[in-house]
Ligand binder design. Structure first.
Ligand SMILES: [Mg+2]
Length: 282
C-alpha cells in the first residue's frame, strides 16, 4: 500500500509504473463549480429583483438555495419553483414570465462570462496533449450540460475525443465503480496504469481506488475539501503545478517542469481562455 502524501509533499521516489491515461472529473476539478454557481444565482436573483420582484436579492438567494437542495442542482426549473413558492403580492402587477426571463438571461450571461477553467489545469492539459497519453473525462451529470462545460472551459481541444464519459450518457452514476471500469475497458486500459483526478472523496476517490486506478485528490479550497472518504487518495495536491511535479518526478512523464516560462502566470480560477485553443465549432 502506498503512503499517502499530504498536500504539498514532494518526493522523488519513482513509481514502478508507466502511465497510459489520465482522467479528470469536471466540477470543482477543472473549474470552481461552487464559485460559478453562486455568482450565476446571485446575478439571477438581482435580475429578478430589478424586473419587479419586491424581495431583496439576498432573500431570494436563501430561498433559491432551498429550491436547489430540494430539487437537486441538475433540475432545470429552479427559478420557476422559486417564483411559484413566493406569495404573488411580491410581484403584483408584473407578469411572472418577465421575472423568469430576467433570471434566465442573467444566468446565461454569467455563464458566458464566468465559466472559466483553473488556469493551471489548462496548462497541464495542453502539455499532456503533446504526449502519447489518453486524456479523458469521467464526470457525473447531464450529458448536454457536461459537454457544454468542456467546450466553454476550452479544455476539449486537449482531450482524447473517445475518452469522455458522462454518467447520464453511460447510464451509470458515480460513485458506482462500473462507470470507471467502463471507461478503462472501452479504451482497453489497465486501471493500474491510469490516473484519476477528482475533488470528491466518495464519488471520485473511493470508486477509482476500488478499481485500482492511481488516484489524485485535488484539494484547492472547494466545497468537498474537508469531506472524509472511505479510502485515501494515492496523492493529494492543492493545484495542477503540484500534480505536474508528481507526474514528472514519480511517473517519469516528459513534461516541461513548469508552464510558467511559456505562458504568463495566471491565478487559479482566473480566465485562461487566452491560453486555450479556440473551441471547435463542428
Ligand atoms: Mg467534482
Amino acid at each position: 500500500m502506498h503512503a499517502v502524501q499530504g498536500a504539498g509533499a514532494r518526493t522523488t521516489r519513482r513509481e514502478d509504473v508507466s502511465l497510459d491515461a489520465i482522467f479528470f472529473d469536471v466540477d470543482d476539478t477543472l473549474f470552481s463549480t461552487s464559485e460559478f454557481a453562486e455568482k450565476a444565482r446571485y446575478a439571477s436573483c438581482t435580475a429578478m429583483h430589478h424586473a419587479g420582484l419586491k424581495l431583496e436579492p439576498q432573500v431570494l438567494m436563501d430561498e433559491l438555495r432551498e429550491v436547489v437542495s430540494e430539487f437537486s442542482s441538475n433540475y432545470d426549473h429552479h427559478f420557476d419553483q422559486l417564483l411559484r413558492r413566493l406569495p404573488k403580492r411580491h410581484y403584483k402587477g408584473v407578469n411572472p414570465a418577465i421575472i423568469l426571463a430576467a433570471a434566465v438571461i442573467a444566468y446565461h450571461d454569467t455563464k458566458m462570462r464566468e465559466l472559466v477553467p483553473y488556469a493551471d489545469a489548462v496548462r497541464l492539459l495542453r502539455d499532456l496533449a503533446q504526449l502519447d497519453l489518453v486524456r479523458g473525462i469521467i464526470s457525473n451529470g447531464l450529458t448536454v450540460k457536461q459537454a457544454e462545460k468542456l467546450l466553454r472551459l476550452g479544455v476539449y481541444p486537449y482531450l482524447t475525443p473517445t475518452a469522455i464519459y458522462i454518467s447520464e450518457q453511460i447510464g451509470i452514476n458515480k460513485p458506482n465503480v462500473k462507470l470507471y471500469r467502463r471507461a478503462c475497458s472501452d479504451l482497453n486500459l489497465k486501471p493500474s496504469r491510469c490516473v484519476y483526478v477528482g475533488d470528491h472523496p466518495t464519488r471520485d476517490i473511493d470508486p477509482a481506488n476500488a478499481l485500482g486506478m492511481i488516484t489524485v485528490r485535488l484539494r484547492s479550497g472547494g466545497r468537498h475539501d474537508g469531506a472524509p472518504g472511505q479510502t485515501a487518495a494515492r496523492h493529494e495536491v492543492r493545484d495542477y503545478e503540484e500534480l505536474r511535479a508528481i507526474l514528472i518526478e514519480q511517473y517519469g512523464l516528459p513534461l516541461p517542469p513548469t508552464a510558467a516560462a511559456s505562458t504568463p502566470a495566471q491565478g487559479a480560477g482566473a480566465a485562461a481562455h487566452s491560453a486555450a485553443a479556440p473551441v471547435p465549432v463542428d
